[in-house]
Design a protein around this ligand. Structure first.
Ligand SMILES: Cc1cc2nc3c(=O)[nH]c(=O)nc-3n(C[C@H](O)[C@H](O)[C@H](O)COP(=O)(O)OP(=O)(O)OC[C@H]3O[C@@H](n4cnc5c(N)ncnc54)[C@H](O)[C@@H]3O)c2cc1C
Length: 368
């Protein structure tokens, strides 16, 4: 049986960021991934937006880790020459109720420590984005876009340069606590003995906690799968900023927004609906919802909307729930010292990844 000090389950952006951080301290790090490469799930099926941190209630982990992660991510992308752009975001309101929501996010931005936002009139918005219509808006300067594939690839390179390992085709199927360590079993028949296990399995993170023997039902750790679809268009050109409608903090998503990628291509989405299983097939039945929501801030014909990609959010927030924070815990209190769970790692998980990694390092330091 292999002995590994720290095993990380999942080679998505978060698992890789954690492995990169820990590998700086020579901690004998192995990342195991069931697929044949990194980032095959949520980390490559998203908006690739670097969020600013105003959407999350002050004091929440999402707020803290997003703000810190935003800075760390820009620094990392700069220092590793990974394509990115600090586009800024226009958060728009089209009625009085929505203006009140903008006011709330303005306050949360201040309280959470975001770089200052600027109020914009509809004319200010027209001056920088002539196609967009709204009543009022907030300009959020620290939002941006980046190449998530190159980011993950760079993390893998850095982990390997620091003598860590990322091993593919290794599906965890059992976890047994034995004295002060964990015996992790794989589908291929191998077993690893580990001092620390970090569950960063994204959409399967609750199943991993269940495998360990945690009572995820009574702990409220069942993840809900919430799918989102994107449509792209080539009918409009020249948009330079991210444009987001405003939604309430209890909403299950950020509204059908407009993003651009680093090549300047435009897409709309994601929408949000709960599903029973992980299936990325494009469903197309929500096109009317897209058409209606998009045309509240930009004129687009239905025929110009082309189905693009889909992704699935691992949410702790069920259909009837309000805001839920990330669950990131070292599980001594539940009887599993040295086991760290990351559950409900939806947005802003990418933005926050490097800050999450530092947070995990601090949880491990407390146990040493
Ligand atoms: C539609 C959508 C849009 C989003 N937009 C943004 C955005 O613009 N900005 C932002 O900051 N965040 C965004 N997010 C959130 C962000 O994408 C996620 O928070 C982040 O990618 C999660 O990373 P992860 O490493 O936890 O999960 P994943 O990328 O899913 O990685 C988990 C890995 O664990 C592996 N795994 C699972 N089970 C096992 C097992 N038993 N054995 C071995 N390996 C296993 C999986 O194969 C997978 O590779 C978005 C999410 C969605 C769905």
């Amino acid at each position: 049986m292999e002995k590994v000090k720290t095993l990380i389950i999942g080679a998505g952006a978060i698992g890789l960021a954690i492995a990169y951080e820990l590998s700086k301290y020579n901690e004998d790090i192995v990342v195991v991934e069931k697929e044949n490469s990194f980032g095959k799930h949520t980390s490559s099926r998203n908006s690739e937006v670097i969020h600013a941190g105003h959407y999350y209630p002050p004091g929440s982990l999402k707020a803290k880790l997003c703000i810190e992660g935003n800075k760390l991510l820009y620094e990392y992308l700069d220092s590793h020459s990974i394509s990115h752009k600090n586009t800024g975001k226009i958060l728009i309101a089209n009625c009085e109720e929505e203006i009140q929501l903008l006011e709330r996010y303005y306050k949360w931005g201040e309280e959470n420590g975001c770089p200052p936002f600027t109020w914009m009139s509809s004319i200010d918005v027209k001056n920088i984005e002539p196609d967009i219509f709204c009543l009022k808006a907030l300009f959020i300067p620290s939002s941006g876009i980046f190449d998530t594939h190159l980011y993950m690839k760079s993390l893998v390179n850095n982990i390997e340069n620091n003598n860590g390992y990322v091993i593919y085709g290794m599906e965890v199927i059992s976890i047994q606590k034995e004295n002060n360590s964990y015996i992790v079993g794989f589908k291929n028949g191998e077993y690893y003995q580990c001092d620390f296990v970090i569950n960063s399995a994204g959409l399967w993170a609750d199943e991993i906690a269940l495998m360990l023997g945690m009572d995820i039902n009574s702990l409220g750790l069942n993840q809900f799968l919430c799918k989102g679809e994107y449509y792209k268009t080539t009918a409009i050109k020249g948009i330079k900023h991210l444009v987001y409608p405003v939604t309430t903090p209890n909403s299950i998503f950020l509204g059908i927004h407009l993003t651009i990628n680093l090549g300047g291509e435009m897409r709309f989405g994601p929408n949000a609906f709960y599903v029973d299983k992980i299936d990325y097939k494009f469903q197309e039945e929500y096109i009317d919802e897209f058409f209606k929501e998009i045309n509240r801030y930009i004129s687009v014909k239905k025929d110009d909307l082309i189905p693009d990609d889909t992704g699935i959010r691992p949410k702790l927030q069920g259909p009837k729930d309000g805001f839920k924070d990330f669950y990131i815990r070292e599980e001594s209190k539940n009887g599993f010292p040295g086991f760290i769970n990351l559950i409900g790692m939806e947005s802003p998980g990418l933005t926050a990844s490097l800050a999450i990694a530092k947070y995990i390092k601090s949880l491990i330091n407390e146990k040493l």
